[in-house]
Design a protein around this ligand. Structure first.
Ligand SMILES: Cc1cc2nc3c(=O)[nH]c(=O)nc-3n(C[C@H](O)[C@H](O)[C@H](O)COP(=O)(O)OP(=O)(O)OC[C@H]3O[C@@H](n4cnc5c(N)ncnc54)[C@H](O)[C@@H]3O)c2cc1C
Length: 382
């Protein structure tokens, strides 16, 4: 493609940011070698622009790394899938949760992770085992902010104690891939990344675009299944604090199990119907068809269960890592078929999420997570 045809910041801004398709994953900010992009209230912005629609002057000189890194602009889905499943490997696309090798239920045997984890504590236990066995020297995760309760920030953690402080889910958005910069700065060589669906894809897209500086050290992507994230001001401050009068410091856990369950320090649960919270979902989530984090090595979700994490094992790397951790006694595993209700929840949520992509949508091509769905769409619309 001639340079004039290549997409740059201007295209990324006009086609993705201004149209609110941007999922705020931070891939463009991470990839920018000139450090002229940053996230401002979850929107990527050019720090030295007169107008947001200006092209980055580095773009005029030929740099288009931000556009190449974006998982929503023109994702190179075939290259992403080769990174997950292996070059030339075709996995069947017969499921809305995307292709995987097998699934299993898991829970941490270490009570610290089991008790503090959102579901079975499997994500934390897997990373901690990686630290203990030198398989990992860092993990990029979402960590509760020191200053703002129930808001997360991307953080590199390097020890089990640091990791434990990040256990559990916060349902607001946190651009975890930004932490890859910290991992590179600290010269980490074997990093795990935890992120919701779009963040798992974002890291793969940066790698698939050949921008290795930030991803060559990523050894494991732990994806979190996700229907949506909530806007912090609207949900946490507006709904929980102001409307329901909950002091944010009193909340010990927020969980979504068919309804939003807010657990308080005194042991009380406040139940909020999910449909009351849906209006607080971030706009970009409405464009996301990927419930089950289909570009992760291991995709994890609670699916309405108590104390267990469902894991979809997608890549060879994920398979090896999980099997070795289980053999070392880090996880207790159970056959996924023993939880038919959870499987039904996964099928229902994943199917519903696929339907967010509407044929004829002007940006449909940017939101399709798999080649197979693209092909199906093209066949139906030929
Ligand atoms: C925004 C969001 C929405 C989710 N929606 C669903 C859903 O609809 N259905 C479902 O089955 N599962 C959903 N999950 C996944 C589920 O909540 C658990 O994260 C998953 O089951 C793993 O549990 P665990 O006990 O093994 O993880 P833990 O051992 O508790 O580890 C959790 C990890 O998640 C990271 N994390 C916490 N909050 C965020 C965040 N906002 N963004 C990125 N990383 C974060 C932490 O850093 C930690 O590393 C969602 C998770 C999030 C964050």
């Amino acid at each position: 493609m001639a340079d004039t045809e290549r997409k740059h910041w201007k295209h990324l801004y006009e086609e993705i940011v201004a149209t609110e398709i941007c999922c705020s994953c931070s891939a463009c900010v991470v990839a920018c070698p000139h450090k002229v992009l940053e996230l401002n209230d979850f929107d990527p912005v050019q720090t030295d622009a007169r107008s947001p629609f200006d092209n980055c002057w580095h773009g005029e000189e030929g740099c288009s790394l931000c556009a190449m890194a974006c998982p929503r602009l023109d994702p190179t889905v075939d290259a992403i899938e080769a990174l997950v499943h292996g070059e030339g490997v075709q996995r069947p696309y017969d499921k809305p949760e995307g292709p995987y090798r097998y699934k299993t239920l898991a829970r941490a045997t270490d009570e610290r992770f089991l008790n503090r984890g959102q579901d079975g504590g499997a994500v934390g236990a897997l990373i901690s085992w990686g630290f203990d066995t030198d398989r990992l020297d860092g993990a990029v995760v979402a960590a509760p902010s020191q200053d703002v309760p129930w808001l997360d920030e991307p953080r590199l953690v390097r020890s089990t104690d640091e990791l434990l402080a990040t256990a559990g889910s916060r349902y607001t958005y946190c651009a975890t891939p930004l932490g890859l910069k910290q991992a590179a700065a600290e010269k980490c060589k074997k990093v795990a990344l935890v992120g919701v669906s779009c963040e798992s894809t974002a890291v793969r897209q940066i790698a698939a675009a050949g921008i290795k500086r930030w991803t060559r050290n990523v050894s494991l992507i732990l994806g979190l299944m996700c229907t949506e994230t909530f806007d912090y001001e609207a949900f946490v401050v507006g709904k929980l604090r102001h409307e329901l009068g909950i002091e944010l410091e009193d909340i010990t856990k927020i969980n979504v199990k068919g309804k939003v369950i807010v657990t308080l320090k005194d042991g009380r649960d406040i139940n909020i119907p999910l449909k009351e919270c849906r209006p607080f979902a971030n706009e970009w989530c409405h464009h996301c068809p990927d419930f089950a984090a289909e570009h992760a090595d291991l995709s994890c979700g609670g699916l309405g269960m108590e104390g267990w994490t469902m894991i979809l094992v997608r890549s060879e790397r994920g398979d090896e890592y999980l099997k070795e951790a289980a053999a070392a006694g880090v996880l207790e595993l159970r056959d996924a078929e023993q939880e038919p209700k959870a499987l039904e929840v996964m099928m229902r949520l994943a199917t519903k999420q696929r339907e967010r992509v509407k044929p004829g949508d002007p940006h449909w091509q940017t939101r399709f997570p798999t080649i197979e769905i693209r092909k199906q769409f093209e066949a139906e619309n030929a």
